[in-house]
Design a protein around this ligand. Structure first.
Ligand SMILES: N[C@@H](CCC(=O)N[C@@H](CS(=O)(=O)O)C(=O)NCC(=O)O)C(=O)O
Length: 209
């Protein structure tokens, strides 16, 4: 396949791209790096920002998970219908990234002590996305416009992770829970989410979820 994802063997920051690729019927190769290999240092030394994931598209080598999502969006018509849509989709994805950073901070830096407070803070975070979906004249279909964009895959992946952390966390957000159900039941995404490859990949690198 033309696409290769080089990452740790976790869902992490690449699962949204894998969901996008699966939903679009695109093939890719996963190359998983073990911690031992990583600690040898060669890969890290070559990485533009010293980190994984790496995405390879023919001769192009791309780092930064959100740049990878935007690259795939440009190539596969997942960036809205015009410039205004693109900018709104960027805005939404930045909002998703803000929440992902908070989630990762909890997971990797403050899980035991911070879990309860983090779960209590979620309604205020989710309210923003619920409001966005409420403004859709297309009947709360997608974050922007009436077709899926890379920001939708990113948000759905992140919300799925939150449903593991706090199973009832979307209960008071009807639009958001309907949105997650609707997108995760798209046939190819449903197949991807029920695949052993996905199910056997831990969400995060430290076994916390
Ligand atoms: N902003 C980067 C962050 C990448 C990042 O945090 N990479 C981690 C791995 S993961 O947590 O994203 O799976 C890493 O390489 N850590 C190892 C290191 O920094 O040496 C992105 O979005 O890709």
């Amino acid at each position: 396949p033309e696409y290769t994802i080089v990452s740790f063997n976790i869902r992490g920051r690449c699962e949204a791209a894998r969901m996008l690729l699966a939903d679009q019927g695109l093939e890719w190769k996963d190359e998983f790096v073990t911690i031992d290999t990583w600690l040898q240092g060669d890969l890290k030394a070559k990485a533009v920002f010293g980190q994984l994931p790496v995405f390879k598209d023919g001769g192009l080598t791309l780092y930064q998970s959100n740049a990878i999502l935007r690259h795939l969006a440009r190539k596969h018509g997942l960036y809205g219908k015009d410039l205004n849509d693109q900018s709104c989709i960027d805005m939404m994805n930045d909002g998703v990234e803000d929440l992902r950073i908070k989630y990762l901070q909890l997971i990797y830096k403050n899980y035991e002590e911070g879990k309860d407070a983090y779960i209590k803070s979620l309604p205020a975070e989710f309210k923003y996305f619920e409001n966005v979906l409420g403004q859709k004249k297309y009947g709360n279909g997608f974050l922007v416009g009436n077709k899926i964009s890379f920001a939708d895959y990113n948000l759905v992946d992140l919300l799925c992770n939150h449903l593991v952390l706090a199973p009832g966390c979307l209960a008071e957000f009807p639009l958001l829970s309907a949105y997650v159900k609707r997108i995760s039941s798209r046939p190819r995404i449903q197949a991807f989410l029920s695949s052993d490859a996905h199910k056997n990949r831990p969400i995060n690198g430290n076994g916390k979820q």
